[in-house]
Design a protein around this ligand. Structure first.
Ligand code: ADP
Length: 446
């Protein structure tokens, strides 16, 4: 019952409102019907008596003469004819009417203490003589009208109420169904910790559908965030294990044995390298996690791609800088300068790290078929075709020993790909083992 509380409340309120409304309406109808009945009775009496008075006359011999059309009893109106001295000449008094009511020409009134309406008209005959025409009409009993109305109300209202309340309840149940679905899904997610569940109300424009849509988006964001966090924790704990155990081993060895100053220096250098690697790994992982979670959104602006690539190259030590193959100064893209610089730097560093001794690296920026590109080409060791897809996976390294030495993390290309995806672009790779590799970042040119 608890979960139906709002629906129940609304239905009860509506029922109460209907009851009050019906009461007010009934009272109004009763008073209106009384007025209408009384008005139509008065009109009836007046028209009948006036018509009859026009059709009656007093003869010279004192007899009453009526013309065709005259009626003593018509539409409930009893017409009586009295002499000037108020003696009944013709017509019959209704049985229930006993009072001796004085005559009053032209005044339509209710006889005191009775339910009778009365109208007297004087029909003159010559200067002195004349007749009284009196009309009597019994008002329909007020109680009867009320009774009739109440009977109708008693029969009609319960069924009307039942239908109204049922209709209200069903409509509310239907309208609130999405809310129940939202609550069920949220509860299921909470209980089963299954963030992949969605409300899935489908298309619609009402408030609940929009609410469900927002909740689904929220669940998606939560799921993404939760997955990224889990991935971060798993990756960090897995990848930090090796450098940590190397550092621990080196420390234990150093504490146990007396190392020569050269050996100690070597140990310290090794520990330093490992901590550098750990810090690079954590920083890269954090950036990727934030980008995945959406907590770090790219700050897009109009960027001159040539200038940005040249600046990224200039940040490298002199001997690692690339040669410019093609540099179009008029290429503009919508990008986050910091993220794009990071992607280009990763590629340039890789080109050096996996290059041959005395090898070359070339950098190009241009536009081809509406697409802006940054190309990093090297004549290094190259990548075998079966490895070319896998090197974009997190932590994948073709030759870990070589990467280990360079202090790399295996996250560089995964991050490049993620950055390009966030910009709506892509990374292309062409490579031949032993010949060299070409990485191309493609973005929509402005
Ligand atoms: P890492 O930190 O190991 O460089 P990356 O994700 O940047 O990680 O690269 C993944 C792997 O791809 C590298 O370990 C390397 O084996 C290979 N790789 C990347 N760039 C090149 C390149 N220019 N030439 C040859 N191999 C490359």
């Amino acid at each position: 019952m608890k979960q139906h509380r709002v629906k129940l409340k609304i239905t009860l309120w509506l029922t109460l409102l209907l009851l009050v409304l019906a009461g007010v309406l009934l009272g109004f109808m009763l008073s209106v019907s009384q007025t209408v009945v009384s008005r139509s009775a008065r009109a009836q009496l007046s028209s009948t008596v006036t018509a009859n008075a026009a059709l009656v006359s007093l003869m010279e011999d004192g007899r009453v003469q009526t013309q065709p059309g005259f009626s003593y009893n018509s539409h409930g109106v009893s017409t009586l004819i009295y002499s000037k001295n108020q003696a009944l000449l013709a017509g019959q008094l209704p049985q229930s009417f006993e009072s001796q009511v004085p005559f009053e020409a032209g005044s339509l009134r209710q006889v005191e203490g009775t339910e009778y309406l009365l109208l007297d008209l004087w029909v003159p005959s010559g200067w002195e003589e004349g007749l009284w025409v009196r009309g009597l009409l019994e008002l329909p009993e007020a109680g009867q009208t009320t009774k009739n109305l109440l009977i109708v109300a008693l029969i009609a209202l319960p069924s009307f109420f039942f239908l109204a309340v049922l209709g209200c309840w069903l409509t509310l149940r239907r309208a609130f169904r999405p809310l129940d679905q939202i609550q069920e899904t949220a509860a299921a997610i909470g209980e089963a910790k299954d963030l992949s569940r969605r409300i899935g109300l489908g298309p619609g424009k009402d408030e609940f559908t929009r609410l469900a849509e927002s909740f689904d988006q929220l669940f998606s964001r939560l799921e993404r965030s939760f997955e990224a966090e889990t991935q971060f924790a798993a990756d960090a704990s897995h990848e930090l294990r090796t450098p940590v155990s190397i550092i621990r081993g080196a420390c234990e060895y150093g504490l146990k044995y007396d190392e020569s100053p050269e050996e100690r220096r070597e140990t310290l250098e090794m520990i330093h390298r490992q901590t550098e690697k750990m810090s690079a790994l954590i920083s890269a992982l954090l950036t990727m996690t934030r980008l995945e979670q959406g907590t770090e959104q790219p700050k897009l602006s109009r960027v001159n791609l040539g200038q940005l690539a040249a600046a990224a190259a200039r940040e490298l030590p002199k001997d690692l800088r690339p040669a410019f193959e093609e540099l179009d100064p008029e290429v503009f893209v919508l990008a986050d300068p910091a993220l794009l610089t990071r992607a280009i730097r990763n590629l340039l560093e890789n080109a050096r790290a996996y290059g041959k001794p005395e090898g070359h690296v070339w950098l190009s920026v241009g536009v081809r078929a509406g697409s802006a590109f940054v190309r990093v080409r090297d004549d290094g060791i190259g990548i075998a075709p079966e490895q070319q897809e896998r090197i974009f996976q997190r932590f994948y390294q073709v030759a870990p020993e070589r990467s280990q030495a360079s202090g790399s993390t295996g996250l560089g290309l995964a991050m490049v790909q993620q950055i390009l995806r966030l910009h709506g672009g892509e990374v292309l790779l062409e490579s031949q083992l032993g010949v060299g590799s070409t990485f191309t970042l493609c973005l929509k040119a402005l």
